[in-house]
Ligand binder design. Structure first.
Ligand code: SF4
Ligand code: SF4
Length: 109
């Protein structure tokens, strides 16, 4: 089996923070600890303001090993209502990026 990762299509991320909450509940993290954090990035130019939301897994993310070992999706992926997160083999997730303008891959060791 190849290396696994998280694919995030942030073009469609609404910044709802559900992934943060789902991760926190899955891992019972106390206040102040997060497995993923949603960042708001504001880009200003002369005639417009663009706001992007970019979820960023922290060093605590273990790709929900306790779930994926049983064939379940990571909690953040399962609960993202915009369906903009995927879990899988990096080689497959890279192919998803080819035609998508705003995507990132997260691949912990
Ligand atoms: S994969 Fe699991 S541990 Fe990692 S951010 Fe998502 S819910 Fe949290
Ligand atoms: S749950 Fe999905 S749409 Fe909501 S902030 Fe996280 S990645 Fe974005």
């Amino acid at each position: 089996m190849g290396r696994k990762g998280l694919f995030i299509d942030y073009e469609f991320c609404t910044g709802c923070h559900t992934c943060e909450v789902a991760c926190k509940q899955e891992n019972s993290y106390p206040a102040g600890l997060w497995g993923i954090k949603v960042n708001e990035i504001v880009l200003e130019s002369l005639d417009k303001v663009e706001i992007n939301y970019l979820p960023f897994p922290t060093e605590l993310c273990n790709l929900c090993a306790n779930r994926t070992v049983n064939g379940e999706r990571p909690s953040c992926v399962k609960h993202c209502q915009a369906d903009c997160m995927k879990y899988g083999e990096l080689t497959e997730l890279v192919k998803e990026m080819e035609n998508k303008p705003k995507t990132v891959l997260f691949a912990p060791k």
